[in-house]
Ligand binder design. Structure first.
Ligand code: GAP
Length: 451
């Protein structure tokens, strides 16, 4: 993890937030390449959920919703973690994670293991952030920052079902920020106070819920593999009955083998009819499916694949990270799927002060950036320029050299194989578009298994 954090910082993917004020634990800011990478993760998800299917529509609901929504959903009473405080070291721990925590005074021990430890009884702590609507502190209405995007989908069920003229099975997909006052955030961007979720609620006839639950587990594992995660770094773990959330009759986590060990990347839950029934009872508006033709009516069951954008980004970074020696030089390379990589192509004039090369490089860069994220780099030795691109995962580099001036061809260098071939400048754009669309699988790692 240290190597990933250091690369992310060095190349401006992710910075600790509020750094000049000493930082705010477990909040992060995303720099240029981090934003591009994160946007690519979201775009691929939306494509797979909405663009490539006929049965799912998009939604963007508000972050601050009516407070009754969180009462009906069970979050006000039940979205809690048990916490204990240590009166000696003043640290706070999740009571159910004591085995994974370090004592504040003796990090080699667990909390409660030393005679100095003085732990309080466990008490329930609600994870929702509260704020107020209205200018006057005392009279303002208490509201919450949403801890999941899902409820914004359930309360729009009637609007969307009518307007989109969809009948079950159909889904509503949403990407957006969620907020949780996590007691023990940590591990870089794995668990933070604010994060982005990609959630899809799939409404199905109750009798078909189990079948669709299994379908979505397979579908979501397939999405990670399609975008380059190695299958051996993924596993599906079904929740034990005592782990299930209050709304769920079955949940499976897709886990990724992060440097911290196997941990949740995405959860797929069978939420049954819990949410639509709860909001019907609480709001007085009936949320059910009514067939206009036959008059048949029922409350659909919900299957929910719920993914974290930031955790997905971390998994893509971890899986792509590699180090190898080429000739007598070390290189760090992110072997990202080209559709996930922040920059698709770099254009490099071999001798920047050569006017012919400089001019052709500028013109080619201008042409390519109209269809994909392209960088122009004329600073320093060509080898160093290649290495800079390898570190941010740019799959291809086009080099303008002496021969370009003679026959209007450039070399295209492949980030992973390091193979170079010559293609004509006139065909470069088409060539790259074809390669971007081609299927891609992660190459074997040179030596980052222990990274
Ligand atoms: N609507 C269901 C739901 O929110 P969840 O398992 O609590 O389920 C879904 O969250 C996903 O959101 C998780 O699998 C994880 O990827 C991401 N996530 C949850 N809490 C997070 C946090 N504090 N920081 C970063 N990502 C988080």
């Amino acid at each position: 993890m240290d190597k990933i954090v250091s690369l992310a910082r060095r190349r401006g993917f992710v910075f600790p937030s509020s750094e000049i004020y000493g930082g705010l634990g477990s909040s992060y800011d995303y720099g240029h390449y981090g934003v591009l990478l994160k946007e690519n993760v979201k775009a691929r998800w939306l494509e797979a959920m909405v663009q490539e299917r006929d049965d799912i529509v998009a939604l963007d609901s508000a972050i601050i919703l009516h407070p009754k929504i969180w009462e009906a959903s069970g979050h006000v009473s039940g979205f809690t973690d048990p916490l204990v405080d240590c009166r000696t070291c003043k640290k706070r721990f999740r009571a159910d994670h004591l085995g994974d925590e370090q004592c504040g005074r003796r990090p080699s021990k667990r909390p409660g293991e030393t005679t100095d430890c003085d732990l309080t009884e466990a008490r329930q702590f609600n994870l929702m952030f509260e704020t107020r609507v209205g200018p006057v502190e005392e009279t303002g209405q208490r509201v919450f920052l949403r801890p999941e995007t899902a409820q914004g989908i359930f309360v729009n069920f009637k609007n969307v079902a009518q307007l989109a003229r969809r009948k079950p099975p159909f889904g509503i997909a949403q990407i957006g920020k969620s907020f949780r006052n996590e007691i023990t955030p940590g591990n870089f961007i794995f668990r933070t106070l604010e994060f982005e979720q990609m959630e899809m609620e799939y409404f199905v006839p109750p009798a078909a819920a189990d079948e669709w639950y299994r379908y979505w587990v397979d579908e979501r594992v397939g999405w990670y593999v399609r975008y380059g995660i190695r299958p051996e770094s993924l596993r599906v773990r079904a929740h034990d009955p005592d782990e299930l959330s209050h709304y769920s009759s079955a949940t499976s986590d897709i886990e990724y083998l992060y440097p911290i060990g196997w941990s949740e990347l995405e959860g797929i839950a069978n939420r049954g009819t819990f949410d639509l029934t709860a909001h019907t009872e609480s709001s007085g508006t009936t949320l059910e499916w009514v067939d206009g033709g036959s008059g048949e009516r029922y409350v659909p069951a919900v299957i929910e694949p719920a993914a974290g954008v930031n955790r997905a980004m971390l998994a893509f970074l971890c899986d792509a990270y590699d180090e190898e020696t080429v000739g007598d030089r070390e290189r760090t390379v992110l072997r990202l799927h080209p559709e996930i990589a922040p920059v698709k192509v770099a254009v490099l004039p071999l001798v920047p002060r050569d006017a012919g090369m400089a001019e052709r490089a500028r013109a080619l860069h201008a042409e390519l950036r109209r269809v994909m994220v392209a960088e122009h780099d004329d600073g320093g030795q060509i080898g160093r320029r290649y290495r800079r691109q390898d570190e941010i995962g740019t799959p291809w580099a086009l080099t303008i050299d002496e021969q370009t001036l003679v026959d209007e061809t450039v070399t295209i260098r492949d980030r992973d194989s390091l193979a170079q071939e010559r293609i004509s400048i006139a065909r470069a754009r088409e060539h790259l578009i074809d390669r971007l669309a081609a299927p891609w699988t992660a190459p074997a790692r040179a030596g980052a298994a222990d990274a």
